[in-house]
Design a protein around this ligand. Structure first.
Ligand SMILES: *Cc1c(COP(=O)(O)O)cnc(C)c1O
Length: 382
């Protein structure tokens, strides 16, 4: 029976424990497994290589992304590290111009030292993207919506260009989750997640995931996952499975709250710019509508210069200043000094990450309370 996504969230992957009938996959808190004889095991040998709780999550994320092979890692960056380890010295990546700061950092300060280089382009501009692809380029790496300006990249168009030149497309789908966007169905080769964000959903676990369709890429990634060893622990795997069960209801509320707040911000007179791909006025609106089932719940805005952005952040009572996103509670962050501090100041300015830019991860609280908190914090920040 083919299930709709709201059912896959609850019954996808491994549905319950076959042995006991427990409706939840147990936490298999074990490092090793009894072997019945030399060369005879029951499918499990050592928990870095494989663990039933992690396996259930890996199968679940694969089902949700409509892919064939899933992998779970100790963090989003452990997933990114493992995926980037597919490449070798001399290879080059074409990367979206606003990506997660940590992704930039690992490219610039870790993989560059091993001879794997990158070119930054605005991947929402398909001509510029195609120009950047030369013989050394092995893959295009995209976030859509991108971090922190919510720039939309046409995933299918980029996949077509990448494939025309024989390159892979890697998409970081953290901001929308498979509930709203499934990049593999749009032609991506590898999907990456920070499960720390919406998938876990409660700001209590660090985790990362990857999903692919191609058997050869999957085999390489499973090899690297075991060889590098940045795997997700059984308990954390359990927590992410548990978080995913409520992803649908949470995302519906996240998105409806975000739509209300984005429209309110535009009309408020408090801000000089609102970045949210769910606004008809947003340059990414049409592509976003075509490729995803919603615009997500991340909003960035530039506070009008009448207001002091540092005071505004201090004045917030309900909304918390913190790194991260995608939890049930609303968080603000200051990209220039927090998530994107690793990006050199000149590149930051060039791409629009100005000091007055505030990124809001809209939680699932009552939206009127969130608007009231934003209002008082801004009014008192003159
Ligand atoms: C948080 C984040 C990451 C990194 O994930 P961690 O779980 O913090 O290692 C990667 N990409 C995006 C878009 C993120 O928001």
């Amino acid at each position: 029976m083919s299930l709709n996504i709201n059912s896959v969230l609850i019954h996808g992957g491994v549905d319950g424990d076959k042995v006991t009938g427990a409706v939840n996959i147990p936490v298999y808190q074990t490092s090793t497994y009894k072997q019945d004889g030399i060369g005879e095991n029951r499918g499990w040998e050592y928990s870095r290589t494989g663990n039933p709780t992690r396996d259930a999550l890996e199968k679940l994320i694969a089902d949700l992304e409509q892919g064939r092979y899933g992998l779970a890692f100790a963090s989003g960056l452990a997933a990114i590290n493992t995926v980037l380890s597919l490449f070798k010295s001399g290879d080059k990546l074409v990367v979206s111009d606003n990506i997660y700061g940590g992704t930039f950092r690992i490219l610039d300060n870790v993989f560059k030292n091993f001879g794997i280089t990158y070119t930054i382009v605005d991947t929402s501009n398909l001509e510029k993207l195609e120009e950047a692809i030369d013989d050394d380029v092995k893959a295009v790496y995209v976030e859509s919506p991108a971090n922190p300006l919510l720039t939309i990249t046409d995933i299918k168009a980029v996949a077509d260009i990448a494939h025309k030149h024989g390159k892979l497309l890697i998409v970081d789908n953290t901001f929308l989750t498979p509930y709203l966007q499934r990049p593999l169905t749009l032609g991506a080769d590898i999907v990456i997640h920070s499960g720390t964000k919406y998938l876990g959903g409660h700001s209590d676990t660090i985790s990362g995931l990857a999903v692919v369709n191609d058997k050869d890429i999957a085999d390489r990634l499973y090899y690297l996952q075991n060889a590098i060893g940045g795997v997700l622990a059984p308990w954390d795997s359990f927590l992410i499975i548990r978080g995913i069960k409520t992803l649908g209801v949470r995302m519906d509320r996240h998105v409806s709250n975000a739509e209300r707040i984005a429209r309110w911000l535009v009309d408020s007179g408090y801000v000089s710019k609102v970045y949210y791909p769910g606004l008809e006025s947003d340059p990414g609106y049409e592509v976003q509508k075509k490729q995803a089932d919603g615009a997500g719940a991340m909003i960035s805005f530039v506070l009008d210069e009448k207001y002091d952005y540092k005071k505004f952040v201090k004045n917030l009572k309900l909304i918390t200043l913190a790194e991260s996103l995608g939890g049930v509670e609303s968080l603000v962050c200051h990209p220039a000094s927090m998530t994107h501090a690793a990006i050199p100041a000149d590149i930051r300015k060039e791409v629009g990450i100005v000091d007055e830019l505030i990124r809001l991860s809209v939680g699932i609280e009552d939206v009127n309370d969130l608007i009231a908190d934003l209002t008082q914090a801004i009014e008192n920040a003159r």
